[in-house]
Design a protein around this ligand. Structure first.
Ligand code: CMP
Length: 139
């Protein structure tokens, strides 16, 4: 079943480089509605918890310290076919492989500092959204 929600983070590189507003504008222009949003600086434990699925990967330590290196913006987004459409909007994980016009092509520098996160399935969208937002913070 396809749900109509996905989860995103604008990562520390994009926030530090002043791209927050441009990325939010791209997201809204693409037809997504923002259902919840917060600006936060993750602790190491929070970043480790969010990326626990990657704990065995060689890049896990670097990924966690990068995600704690500055503030991020976390958001729940709504649109028909949200997960798939958002992944198209942001482009490939490695910006070197991202198509022209995608958020990562425009704003990302490397596979680690890749500007944004987007959930890869409906199931993970729900898990990731719940990681950052309680019911009372959504509508
Ligand atoms: P994201 O979509 O947030 O999910 C996991 C993240 O791990 C991914 O984006 C990348 O930023 C990061 N990542 C994936 N592969 C590598 C890699 N080889 N080296 C460093 N970071 C990586």
């Amino acid at each position: 079943m396809t749900t109509n929600r996905t989860f995103t983070m604008i990562k520390p590189d994009a926030v530090a480089n002043g791209y927050t507003g441009k990325i939010i504008d791209d997201i809204i222009t693409a037809g997504f509605k923002i259902k919840a949003m917060k600006y936060i600086h993750l602790t190491k434990a929070q970043a480790e918890g969010f990326y626990a699925v990657h704990a065995e990967r060689s890049f896990f330590g670097e990924l966690v310290s990068f995600m704690c290196s500055g503030p991020i913006v976390a958001a729940i987004l709504e649109k028909d076919n949200a997960v798939e459409d958002f992944r198209k909007l942001i482009g490939a994980t490695n910006p070197a492989n991202a198509e022209e016009g995608t958020i990562r092509k425009k704003y990302a520098k490397s596979i680690e500092a890749n500007a944004v996160h987007g959930s890869d399935s409906d199931e993970n969208a729900a898990i990731e959204g719940n990681y950052y937002f309680s019911d009372i913070e959504r509508f």
